[in-house]
Design a protein around this ligand. Sequence first.
Ligand code: GTP
Ligand code: MG
Length: 305
Amino acid sequence: MNLPPFENVISGIVALVGPPNAGKSTLLNTLLGQKISIVTPKPQTTRNRIAGILNEEDYQIVILDTPGLHKSRTPLNQEMMRVAMDSLNDVDAALFMIDISLPLPDNSTHEEEFQYREYFQEISCPAILLLNKIDLIERSEVLPIIESYRSVYPFSSIIPVSALSGDNADAIINELKSILPKGPRLFPDDIPTDASERFLASEIIREKVFLMTGQEIPYASAVYIESFKEDDKRNRVEIHATIYLERKSQKGIVIGKGGSKLKSIGIAARKDIEKLLLMKVSLNLWVKIRKNWTKDERFLKELGL
Ligand SMILES: Nc1nc2c(ncn2[C@@H]2O[C@H](COP(=O)(O)OP(=O)(O)OP(=O)(O)O)[C@@H](O)[C@H]2O)c(=O)[nH]1
Ligand SMILES: [Mg+2]
């Protein structure tokens, strides 16, 4: 696409917020047609704000995927909450996503008891409610649920969707196009995200740790890229990364018998990084302990939080 740089198109920034595990990152990837944001069945997967940039002839919509909104006192989780809530500042629209297959939060007919009310109060732009995972419930159940949400907040619309199958994704785009202003594109028209390759690589490794370990390990792990050296001539990249854990006892679990777990994490991550970068990847993983890093503000800053 070669458009004049100052052509006015529909152009805006949209925050994608909602409770953990609702399917926000899945939706971002589906809308982009490309995997940018990591997805796992575990809650609190996303930790940073990740911009996905949808480019078409007549629009550029920047969607900010955010950490799931939840209550927690730990510094890491509070930083994640701050990232999510801050993303609502200075955006043109908000997409609030809920998992429709879960029971209704509290008693949604009693407005003051409604669980998400305090989050809605922070929204100062048009908001669309996305009821996700409609593939998991009967069609006949959808309408009454839409009705029950109408009374809790003046959403500009309520759209039932399946982020996984893409069902109704076009309705989200059409609704956003009717809300967003016209203006110049905010980003070049040929990049799907503003995130660096380094960051995306660290996220892919973190996704594999989330998927391949259990209990507290995912929440005690962070990934830091020590070096990222591209060799353009040989179309290769050499990555050295460290998986940080909070406690000594966790190290053996991530490394596994004879290093088998770490090897599996490395193989799965390397394959995905190769797909993303379209290059051969040599991935070297280390595991280190950084005591209580989830409470260490300096380290959280290094992780972009
Ligand atoms: N059946 C079904 N599952 C879905 C759908 N969308 C997402 N999921 C699943 O829900 C789980 C969570 O998806 P994510 O996209 O990681 O959810 P998230 O809202 O980004 O979660 P956090 O990053 O933790 O806030 C994954 O197992 C997805 O495959 C959907 O439309 N239908
Ligand atoms: Mg996510």
